[in-house]
Design a protein. Structure first.
Lengths: 141, 141
């Protein structure tokens, strides 16, 4: 049975989930930074997803990317499956701005995470609720 | 008509290409690091690929990842579409080792690229030729 890795649980706010995927918001107010976790136990790599799940996930990931770029009016989008520190397969989806805290570098390891204020967190979650969460219905069974 | 961005041209060795995608090897001997470039002009984001190309690319990317992990006996695989510095859509595929030069951090911005010796380059290209290039025939028209 699928269980979210404790480190992901600690580093994120849960946004929503379906049978297929969990949507998490990283606890770093500097970036609109969503993590998608396919709910398949024991996977560490994107290429380990069975073909139907891979295609379903790729479609969802693209739709989430597009929706986040629209909702947060970004300049650039970064998508990455790294997992060198937290082995459970998870895929970063990050809206970037030409004046953000890490630009033009990748965000990992640049400075320190900024805690969300209650208001900023509410704003961000409400945009995700409106633009991203409805996409969970995509490609369902 | 599709043209490879001059910066990608400068930073990589061409490995192979099809009508659909170019396969490049990054000029950094520290990592088995392949860059896939979908040959569609004017794209900057993965989610801008038309749906059929997105699915075809996702399948190819997963197959390349699996083949690289096998060919280079890696510990972990990193896949990322960043493009904050070179706007042309390109997707990094990197074999990681627990004792590589950047582990466990992402590779970008860690230390300096190491020039390939002729022998090391020949070895790497020959493994790619054998294990990765044949995948270009996947999902063709």
């Amino acid at each position: 049975m699928f269980q979210l890795h404790p480190q992901l649980q600690q580093d994120t706010y849960p946004v929503s989930e379906s049978d297929f995927v969990a949507i998490l918001l990283a606890k770093d107010a500097r970036f609109p930074w969503v993590i998608l976790v396919p709910k398949v136990s024991g996977l560490t790599e994107l290429h380990q997803l069975p073909e139907d799940a891979l295609i379903r996930f790729s479609r969802l990931s693209a739709a989430v990317s597009q929706a986040m770029m629209h909702a947060f009016a970004g300049d650039k989008f970064n998508v990455a499956a790294l997992g060198n520190q937290v082995p459970q397969l998870h895929v970063h989806h990050i809206v970037r701005y030409r004046d953000d805290a890490a630009w033009p570098k990748p965000i990992w390891g640049e400075g320190s995470a900024q805690t969300y204020t209650d208001a900023a967190l509410e704003d961000r979650l409400s945009l995700l609720e409106r633009h991203v969460v409805p996409l969970l219905a995509m490609g369902g069974d």
